[in-house]
Design a protein around this ligand. Structure first.
Ligand code: GUN
Length: 290
């Protein structure tokens, strides 16, 4: 029988740890961590994610600021806001929620965020340092996944990990983290141009799906007893739900779960861990000023 990796539960545990530290900081008269988020436009998914991030700040006692800008915001206006937050000493870390409207370069925006406030871990300096194993802001989702594996005592040393997807924010940084000394997994990344994806996936001890294609992973791609981590969060039309859509992962859960030793659900698996990783990075940024 498979076990569920309960990201929501682990995230609550970590939030309690962070909240305790915030209370101690308050009692000691130290600065309270402050996370800011910029949300451009009205993308439904982004609205939900940012709302969760703001709520998580409240739960742990952080200060938070949400800056909403209209779809029509120019690239220069957004860059101006980013520079403002870079030089605002009250803000320890901030994020610009992606995706951005088409007329704005995500690369330019990401590169303009001060590396020391880039709590998403997307800035080239932070990604580069992470590759070298230097302690920095580790990309939130990859860190959340390694933390889930660690807290569930899932062995990674010598394990064969297959990651489906090579995005800059999940697949590629995750492949680096998992192959680091101390984690010691043997990592394969498969992508849209890979051959024999099914055969490669079915050799994985730990299979991680991060391509954003709902229900891509089927039972024939999973080894008996494998650990399956689902990073997908696509809104799929669903007439029976109140919202009209259902958050759907990259894994066909019902078909795959019976073959697994452990599996993450969607929602309630990786998603909550991304948010606590962001809180953790903000706390680190604040501590650096002590
Ligand atoms: N869009 C989807 N995931 C993320 C994330 O982790 N950070 C930001 N800034 N945007 C996202």
């Amino acid at each position: 029988m498979y076990k569920i990796i309960d990201g929501k539960h682990i995230a609550s545990e970590i939030k309690r740890e962070i909240a305790t530290e915030v209370s101690e900081r308050k009692a000691a008269g130290l600065k309270i961590p402050h996370l800011a988020a910029i949300l451009v436009g009205n993308d439904g998914g982004s609205e939900t994610y940012v709302a969760h991030k703001v709520k998580a700040c409240e739960e742990v006692g952080f200060e938070s600021t949400l800056i909403r800008l209209p779809d029509s915001t120019s690239e220069e206006e957004l860059l101006g806001k980013v520079r403002e937050l870079n030089s605002d000493d009250s803000v320890d870390g901030f994020i610009v929620q992606l995706p951005l409207p088409k007329h704005i370069s995500e690369e330019k925006v990401t590169n303009t965020i001060a590396a020391g406030k880039d709590v998403d871990g997307f800035h080239p300096e932070n990604l580069g340092k992470m590759m070298l194993g230097a302690p920095v802001f580790v990309s939130a989702t990859p860190f959340g996944i390694t933390e889930l594996l660690r807290r569930y005592d899932i062995p990674t040393a010598g394990s064969r990990v297959v990651i489906i997807g090579r995005s800059n924010i999940v697949g590629r940084p995750l492949s680096i983290l998992l192959s680091m000394k101390g984690v010691d997994a043997t990592v394969t990344v498969v992508h849209s141009r890979s051959k024999d994806i099914e055969a490669i996936c079915s050799e994985a001890d730990i299979l991680i799906a991060a391509i954003g294609q709902p229900l891509f992973v089927k039972a024939n791609m999973v080894k008996e007893g494998a650990v399956v981590i689902d990073v997908g969060t696509t809104r799929v039309k669903n007439e029976t739900s109140k919202s009209g859509w259902k958050l759907t992962g990259d894994v066909d859960f019902d078909a795959v779960a019976p073959k697994c030793s452990y599996i993450t659900p969607v929602p309630g698996g990786v998603g909550p861990m991304t948010i606590v990783s962001l809180l953790r990075n903000t706390l680190l940024a604040c501590r650096m000023k002590d």
